[in-house]
Design a protein around this ligand. Structure first.
Ligand code: HEM
Length: 455
C-alpha cells in the first residue's frame, strides 16, 4: 500500500497506522485511508481547477481571448450561442456559470443595429441611460481599454488598430475611433461604439465595505428605469424590486463579490416574454398595472428576451463589471425544439408568484395559451416529445440542444428553422422604433397644445 501514497501521506499513515492497527484490522485501515484521500483531493481540485467555486487567486493570470477570424460579411448572417435559460422547477438562484473569455463580448448579425440603437438612445435620452460618478474615472478608463483590447484580439478582421492602437477602425460600422489624449468623448461612449452590451461598473466603498453602482451605460434596460436614479446606490437597493432577493440571492452574491478575482469570469442569463423587439423598453413593461396585451396581437409575434449577463473584476481599479446583453428568440423559431413550448407554458402559469408578477406573465399568458397548446400538440405528432414526457430543465441548459454541434467560426444557426435566411427581425425592429418615436412626438404635441390652451 505504501507504494501508492505521497511522501507526506506515507508518514501520516505509517505513524497513525502503527497505533491504530493495534485496534483496527488492515481492511478497516484501508477504508479509512480512502476516505481521507477523497476529502483532501476534493479540496485540492476545487482550489486548483476552480470548477466548484470558480474562484482563483488574485494573482492568477487574466485569461486572454483567442482570435476568431470572422469577416464583416460573415457577421451579417452570424447567430450567437442559442440561449434557452428555462428552468423547471423554477427557483430564484444565482445560476452562474464559468465564462470562457472568448464569449465575454459576443458577436452576432444584429451588432450594427445594436450600436446604432445605442447611439440613438443616448442622444435622445442622455443621463437616463448613461452616467458616472466622481471617483469612477479610473474604472471607466480601464474598462474602455479592456473592451478595446478584447475587440482587437478576439475579432482581428472586424477591428483593426493603426498608430499603435491610437486609432481603431470598427469595420462593421466603418467608424474610426480616436484614442489620442485628451479623449474626444467620455470613455463609456467609446465602449458603446465598440460593444453591443450594456455595462454597469460597481465599486466597493472602503468606508463600509459594501458594493455600489458608480458608473453605467445602459441603453437597453428593457423596462422603464432611468440609470440616473440608480447611480450611487448599493446593490441591495438596486435589487430591491427583484423577487426573493433577500431570501435567495443577497448572501450568495455578497460572498461571490467578496472573493471574485480578475481571473474569475462568469455568466448567467435571465429572460422574460414580450411581443416586440424593442431594446429600450419592451411592450410588456410599458403596460400600466393590470393592463393586458391588445387582443389583435398575433400569438406568433411573441418573443423570449434573454438577458445574457457576465461578471468580471478589473485588476487595477478593482471595479466589478456587469454586462447585460438582450437577445430575442421568437417562440416560433423554437417551436421544433423538444419541450420548449411545454416549458414556457409551465413557467408562465406555475412560476413562483413573485417571479410571475415581476415578469408580468399575467398580462399575456391567456392570450398565447392556445398557441402554445397547438405547438405542444404538434411536437407530440412529430414525435419530438411524448404526451407524458416529464417537463423539466433541458440537459443542454442554459443553451439549446444544438449548441455543441456547431462550429464557432460559422455561428449557431438553428437547424430546426426551415428558412434560416428569413430568421431575421431587423426590419420589424426598425419599424417598431419608428412607430414609438411617432407616438412620442404625438404625445409631446398634444401636451404642448394642452398647455398653450390653458395659458
Ligand atoms: C451574481 C450576481 C447577480 C445576480 C445573481 C443578479 C440577479 C438578478 C436578478 C435575478 C434580477 C431580476 C431579473 C432576472 O430575472 O434576472 C436582477 C435584476 C437586476 N440586476 Fe442583478 N444580479 C447580479 C449582479 C448585478 C450587478 C453587479 C448589477 C449592477 C448594478 C446588477 C444590476 C441589476 C439591475 C439594474 C436589475 C434590474 C432591477 C429592476 O428591475 O429594477 N445585478 N439581478
Amino acid at each position: 500500500m505504501t507504494m501508492i501514497l505521497g511522501i507526506e501521506d506515507k508518514y501520516i499513515f505509517l505513524v497513525s497506522g502503527l497505533i491504530v492497527s493495534l485496534l483496527l484490522s488492515y481492511k478497516q485501515l484501508f477504508i479509512l485511508y480512502n476516505k481521507y484521500k477523497k476529502t483532501t483531493s476534493a479540496k485540492a481540485s476545487t482550489k486548483s481547477s476552480g470548477k466548484k467555486s470558480y474562484s482563483s487567486s488574485k494573482d492568477d493570470p487574466i485569461p486572454q481571448p483567442t482570435p476568431l477570424m470572422i469577416t464583416p460579411e460573415q457577421v451579417a448572417n452570424y447567430d450567437d450561442r442559442p440561449w434557452r435559460p428555462f428552468r423547471w422547477p423554477y427557483h430564484q438562484t444565482m445560476s452562474i456559470f464559468k465564462l470562457d473569455v472568448n464569449h465575454w463580448l459576443d458577436m452576432d448579425k444584429y451588432y450594427v443595429h445594436y450600436i446604432e440603437e445605442k447611439k440613438r438612445i443616448i442622444h435622445r435620452y442622455g443621463d437616463e441611460n448613461i452616467g458616472w460618478l466622481p471617483g469612477s474615472e479610473d474604472a471607466c478608463l480601464e474598462l474602455m481599454q479592456f473592451v478595446k483590447d478584447h475587440m482587437l484580439k478576439r475579432y482581428p478582421l472586424l477591428f483593426s488598430s493603426e498608430d499603435n492602437g491610437i486609432h481603431v477602425k470598427n469595420h462593421l460600422t466603418g467608424e474610426i475611433l480616436d484614442f489620442s489624449e485628451p479623449l474626444k468623448e467620455p470613455p463609456l461612449i467609446y465602449v458603446s461604439k465598440m460593444a453591443k452590451e450594456d455595462f454597469y461598473l460597481v465599486k466597493k466603498n472602503p468606508e463600509d465595505d459594501r458594493h455600489y453602482l458608480v458608473a453605467a451605460v445602459v441603453p437597453f434596460p428593457g423596462g422603464s428605469f432611468g440609470i440616473k436614479h440608480k447611480l450611487g446606490k448599493h446593490l441591495d437597493v438596486i435589487h430591491s424590486e427583484v423577487p426573493y432577493y433577500e431570501s435567495k440571492l443577497k448572501k450568495s452574491m455578497e460572498r461571490w463579490f467578496e472573493r471574485m478575482a480578475p481571473a474569475d469570469l462568469v455568466e448567467r442569463a435571465s429572460w422574460y416574454i414580450s411581443w416586440d423587439h424593442k431594446l429600450l423598453c419592451n411592450n410588456v413593461y410599458a403596460l400600466k398595472e393590470g393592463e393586458k396585451v391588445d387582443s389583435d396581437v398575433a400569438p406568433d409575434q411573441f418573443n423570449v428576451r434573454v438577458e445574457r449577463q457576465t461578471l468580471r473584476r478589473l485588476p487595477k481599479s478593482q471595479a466589478i463589471i456587469f454586462t447585460n446583453h438582450p437577445v430575442f428568440y421568437s417562440i416560433d423559431e423554437m417551436k421544433d425544439e423538444p419541450l420548449i413550448p411545454s416549458l414556457i407554458k409551465k413557467i408562465i402559469y406555475e412560476a413562483p408568484e413573485g417571479i410571475s408578477k415581476y415578469k408580468n406573465f399575467e398580462s399575456f399568458r391567456d392570450h398565447i395559451v392556445k398557441y402554445l397548446d397547438g405547438l405542444i400538440e404538434r411536437q407530440i405528432e412529430l414525435g419530438l416529445i411524448k404526451e407524458d414526457t416529464p417537463i423539466k430543465t433541458l440537459p443542454s441548459y442554459p443553451f439549446a440542444h444544438f449548441v455543441d454541434n456547431k462550429d464557432v467560426n460559422y455561428g449557431w444557426t438553428n437547424p430546426t428553422v426551415k428558412d434560416p435566411e428569413k430568421n431575421n427581425y431587423i426590419d420589424v425592429a426598425k419599424e417598431e422604433i419608428r412607430q414609438d418615436e411617432l407616438r412620442e412626438e404625438m404625445s409631446k404635441k398634444t401636451k404642448s397644445a394642452e398647455i398653450s390652451e390653458q395659458v
